[in-house]
Design a protein around this ligand. Structure first.
Ligand code: TYC
Length: 106
């Protein structure tokens, strides 16, 4: 029977090398940079608004950036990471804060 042949184990093994060549797309870290001027409350709002953090998570991340100079806000596929960087930059500029956000391949 034709359908039985397709379910033999050898048929699956023959497909294995092709499947192994498909790599998952690389993820990118979106990173917030510290500066001396952007208010802490504004950074917390950014993390809530663009990275879906609650107030507590956003405060932890903001304070980590404030102390260490930079910090990861999330890991995203390339296009989404680029969109987050754009959105944060535009929002900060609109409010006249120098807050900077960059992306890096993970
Ligand atoms: N350092 C800023 C201040 O003291 C707060 C701040 C935190 C700014 C995180 C940017 O990504 C940042 N007001």
């Amino acid at each position: 029977m034709a359908t039985r042949k397709q379910t033999r184990p050898e048929a699956g093994i023959a497909l294995e090398p092709e499947r192994q060549q498909i790599k998952p797309p690389p993820l990118y870290k979106v990173i917030l940079l510290n500066d001396d001027f952007t208010p802490m409350d504004f950074v917390v709002v950014v993390l809530e608004k663009f990275f879906r953090m609650n107030r507590e998570q956003a405060t932890v991340v903001m304070l980590n950036v404030h102390r260490k100079g930079r910090g990861v806000c999330g890991l995203f596929p390339r296009d989404l990471a680029a969109t987050k960087v754009e959105q944060v930059g535009a929002f900060a500029r609109r409010h006249q804060h120098p807050l900077a956000c960059v992306m890096e391949e993970n």
